[in-house]
Design a protein around this ligand. Sequence first.
Ligand SMILES: NC(=O)c1ccc[n+]([C@@H]2O[C@H](COP(=O)([O-])OP(=O)(O)OC[C@H]3O[C@@H](n4cnc5c(N)ncnc54)[C@H](O)[C@@H]3O)[C@@H](O)[C@H]2O)c1
Length: 235
Amino acid sequence: MRLKDKVVVVTGGARGIGREYCLGVAAEGARVVVADIADPKPTVKEVEARGAQALGVECDVSREGDTLRLATETLARFGGIDVLVNNAALYGTLVRRPFMEIPVEEWDRVMAVNLRGLFLCARAVFPAMKTRGKGKIINIASSTFFKGVPNYIHYTTSKGGVVGFTRSLARELGEFGIRVNAIAPGFTLSGENEKNLPDEGKETNIRMRMLKRAEVPEDVVNFSPSRAVRRTVTP
Ligand SMILES: NC(=O)c1ccc[n+]([C@@H]2O[C@H](COP(=O)([O-])OP(=O)(O)OC[C@H]3O[C@@H](n4cnc5c(N)ncnc54)[C@H](O)[C@@H]3O)[C@@H](O)[C@H]2O)c1
């Protein structure tokens, strides 16, 4: 119970890896806030079914009013905010295509969700963390930034921004006792993204790995031997 009674806000917690973060921190005793533009109720129910407390907040992280309401509702229910996991992003639903074919509006929306969303959520929780003199902000980056990935340039660029944002904010907030870090997962089969990548792409990805199997959301929280066996393929 490493997170007993801590209040952890997970944006994009309704689905994919975010859902797994919610279940993972709940298993460690945290009280969980599932914040998502999609219906958070199913994840809330899953968390509660495991004996932990949860609050669902429908919230578009790119809208300042929504992020302020997220903080207000969290404080009203749980009285504080210990951890913010800035996980929400436009990712799984994005179509892979050459940069000349990406509509300008799609570029803008990716930046609004993947970058402005981090900025707004961090600003929304900061006053409560500052008052207590402690807190943790965890931003979800991606290995795509470090590798450079074609046909996904808005997404990859936004994740580079996450790294810059994290490094800069960590320097600003250290003096308040608030730690800011980033996690950069590799390609993880998380639902929507499985539909957008052909089998050939998945197999190539597995061949390049040290462990010859696909990464699954549970890996980002803990190692899952049963999944490892099930997803193993022979290159
Ligand atoms: N799956 C991977 O291979 C992988 C690899 C590296 C990093 N990541 C990152 O991990 C995080 C989760 O990835 P995933 O695969 O679960 O993605 P996903 O696309 O399956 O899920 C994203 C979640 O964010 C929510 N969301 C989207 N727009 C939102 C908005 N405006 N406001 C609030 N919520 C919003 C969605 O409803 C969804 O629940 C993302 O930040 C992604 O960039 C994923």
